[in-house]
Design a protein around this ligand. Structure first.
Ligand SMILES: *[C@@H]1O[C@H](CO)[C@@H](O)[C@H](O)[C@H]1NC(C)=O
Ligand SMILES: *[C@@H]1O[C@H](CO)[C@@H](O)[C@H](O)[C@H]1NC(C)=O
Ligand SMILES: *[C@@H]1O[C@H](CO)[C@@H](O)[C@H](O)[C@H]1NC(C)=O
Ligand SMILES: *[C@@H]1O[C@H](CO)[C@@H](O)[C@H](O)[C@H]1NC(C)=O
Ligand SMILES: *[C@@H]1O[C@H](CO)[C@@H](O)[C@H](O)[C@H]1NC(C)=O
Ligand SMILES: *[C@@H]1O[C@H](CO)[C@@H](O)[C@H](O)[C@H]1NC(C)=O
Length: 598
């Protein structure tokens, strides 16, 4: 009996039951199946209370050992319904009722926890009294939400990791992650201090790079460190520090991917010319979600590309005729679009600290991209692919408080209910009537576990499906081709069943219903219907939504375990770059097409 494979039994039985759901006793059984938990007890009760129960020669073990679903289970159902259900109707009804009550109570608890978390997320300043009035429980007895990031804490930790120390050294980058570095007991130990100092002076651990060197593009750590050093001179007022000030592209035809790719080109120019890149007006952040100085600025979403001192200095120099004449300041207009879009990839940077040479790391990029059934070991413009990956990773190295909040919202909407179920499974059944004191924190929570990423259902495959007006840029691929590729991944990794779907097309979302064996997640946003242009569609969403939701999808794709997209689109090209500098090289990349320049 213990060997009973409950899952498979439930599945075969419920399939069958739904087909036969019209006869009365079976309806009862169907209700029973819906309370999956109670199914076994129903059967067990039937078995134990009926010594002479007939089973038509079919044993449970034969079901769990792979009898094709359909046939034998129907006989069981027939047996159960004909012999057992009829006699035991009353008892079954009672059981079903209690099943249903339990299920309802469970659903209520899930909803309660889900909305309590939601309130804490959107109204972080909600009053204790208001909170307990609304939810009937204290804030302190709401367990931690595993899918939330503590944005205030992250911003504090990352701000510290993004600024030089007072004597101009690297920030405290060591192989100690997150808050560990602030653990009080280690601050006093001389030997630890010595090693810490040595690690920092090498700057070998830019903290935004995860994964080993093998799991990232060649030289990622070194290049990220060098980019940071280049963009953060120790004294921005030094007359030798020169600047390139650039607005983000803002022609209406430019998608957000093209804007970022353009900035990657400008960063390359800045590095080559030994100028500090300062980004200026960012039209997509020109909305009221971006408050204060982050309005119309990249820093609304990500940490700024350079220090505040350098930004201030550059904008001050913009007003100085002398600075222009001396070439201390230069803008995007000084470069042709060819130089920006197809410029030379920086091969080396010389900083005040050391003379660093990168060589040509792109010539040994790991061949982990598959297109049309074969791995691509070599292609044209490998240097650009490598460089864009480095540049976009640098520009997006730390999320702003605002971006962090958007990710929390997105995770809560998509995975919040699942998270609530998970958490409730470890709470007493009486919650919230009994207090839980799960929120007490000791050092290991504070310093070690605090650095973990928020929970998402893993493994997760991210899929970016773009059709519509992309047809002019690349060959458009049908959704079923994407799902086919997802099936390939699942064959190798059968525990994969979740897809984060990122698409502008309502048609694509509708098609997900044809694939019930996949669990699709997507953001709740109005989608493109028919063939209106992307620019028109974005305008209809408004600037805030049309920026926030692609960025959320972008970062989710970066975090996902697997990715399927179209290398022919700039957007997917950038996602690929983020993944290849985010420890995900070995996840491989299945592309439905190749880059249009290869
Ligand atoms: C079910 O069993 C019957 C005979 O017992 C057989 O004819 C039929 O093909 C089987 N159906 C399935 C789906 O296996
Ligand atoms: C930065 O450089 C300027 C100009 O050379 C100098 O006046 C200033 O003292 C320097 N600041 C620091 C902190 O060294
Ligand atoms: C950059 O462009 C401005 C205005 O077009 C011009 O005055 C300036 O000389 C240019 N600078 C360089 C270094 O070419
Ligand atoms: C894909 O590969 C097959 C055989 O390897 C080839 O016949 C086909 O033309 C390829 N398709 C594309 C779009 O390259
Ligand atoms: C999706 O968003 C719309 C409008 O913003 C809202 O009315 C609707 O309830 C949302 N749906 C879900 C499932 O959250
Ligand atoms: C799509 O656009 C074309 C012209 O660009 C138009 O003729 C056609 O009617 C449009 N189709 C739909 C379904 O809107």
């Amino acid at each position: 009996m213990e060997a009973l494979n409950q899952k498979s039994l439930e599945r075969v039985v419920s399939q069958r039951a739904l087909q036969m759901g019209s006869s009365f006793p079976c309806q009862i059984c169907v209700v029973g199946f819906l309370c999956g938990v109670c199914l076994t007890s129903l059967f067990l009760a039937a078995l134990t209370s009926f010594g002479s129960f007939q089973f038509g020669g079919i044993s449970f073990s034969s079901i769990s050992m792979g009898t094709p679903p359909g046939n034998s289970s129907s006989e069981i159902i027939n047996d159960v319904t004909s012999t057992d259900c009829k006699f035991k109707l009353k008892e079954t009804e009672r059981r079903v009722d209690s099943c249903r009550n339990e299920r309802e109570a469970e659903d209520e608890r899930v909803s309660l926890l889900y909305s309590a978390w939601g309130a804490l997320l959107t109204e972080s300043v909600i009053e204790e009294r208001e909170f307990s009035k609304r939810f009937g429980l204290e804030r302190s007895s709401v367990p931690n939400a595993p899918h939330f990031e503590d944005c205030k804490l992250s911003a504090r930790v990352n701000t510290r990791l993004d600024a030089r120390s007072e004597n101009g050294d690297f920030p405290p980058w060591t192989s100690w992650k997150g808050l560990l570095d602030t653990y009080p007991a280690s601050a006093a130990n001389e030997q630890i201090k010595h090693f810490r100092h040595r690690a920092i002076s090498e700057g070998a651990y830019p903290p935004w790079i995860t994964g080993s060197d093998e799991e990232n593009y060649p030289l990622t750590r070194k290049v990220q460190r060098d980019l940071w050093v280049h963009q953060h001179p120790s004294n921005c007022s030094d007359p030798n520090v020169r600047f390139l000030v650039a607005d983000w592209e803002r022609l209406p035809g430019f998608g957000i991917g093209a804007q970022i790719a353009g900035m990657c080109g400008l960063l390359a120019i800045a590095i080559t010319e030994k100028r500090v890149l300062v980004t200026s007006y960012f039209n997509r952040a020109d909305h009221d979600g971006c408050k204060g100085s982050s309005r119309s600025s990249w820093s609304c979403y990500f940490f700024p590309e350079t220090s505040q001192e350098c930004r201030d200095r550059a904008f001050q120099l913009m007003g100085s005729k002398e600075a222009w004449e001396k070439g201390m300041i230069i803008t995007k207009d000084n470069y042709s679009s060819k130089a920006i879009w197809a410029g030379r990839t920086p091969r080396q940077v010389i900083t005040c600290l050391t003379n660093l040479v990168w060589g040509e790391p792109w010539s040994y990029l790991q061949p982990t991209t598959e297109i049309n059934g074969s791995l691509i070991a070599y292609h044209r413009k490998m240097d650009r692919r490598w460089w864009r990956a480095q540049a976009v990773r640098y520009l997006m190295r730390f999320h702003s408080d605002y971006m962090c909040g958007l990710m929390n919202d997105a995770r809560h909407a998509a995975f919040g209910k699942e998270a609530a179920k998970m958490v409730l499974a470890s709470l007493p059944r009486e919650w919230p009537k009994v207090e839980v004191t799960s929120n007490s924190r000791s050092d290991i929570e504070e310093f070690v576990w605090s650095s973990h990423k928020p929970w998402i259902p893993r493994p997760l495959l991210s899929m970016h499906v773009r059709m519509g007006d992309k047809a002019c840029e690349m060959k458009v691929v049908e959704f079923k081709e994407y799902v086919h590729l997802a099936g390939r991944v699942r064959k190798q990794f059968p525990h994969l069943n979740s897809i984060w779907l990122s698409t502008e097309m309502q048609k694509v979302v509708d098609k997900t219903k044809q694939y019930p064996h996949w669990n699709f997640y997507y953001t709740n946003v109005t989608r493109q219907v028919g063939n209106i242009t992307m620019a028109k569609y974005e305008a209809s969403l408004g600037r805030k939504t049309s920026t926030n939701y692609p960025l959320v999808n972008f970062l989710m794709a970066t975090e996902a375990d697997f990715f399927i997209g179209a290398l022919g689109s700039t957007w997917c090209f950038l996602i690929d770059g983020m993944r290849n500098t985010g420890g995900k090289v070995m996840a491989g990349y299945l592309s439905v097409n190749k880059d249009r320049f290869w």
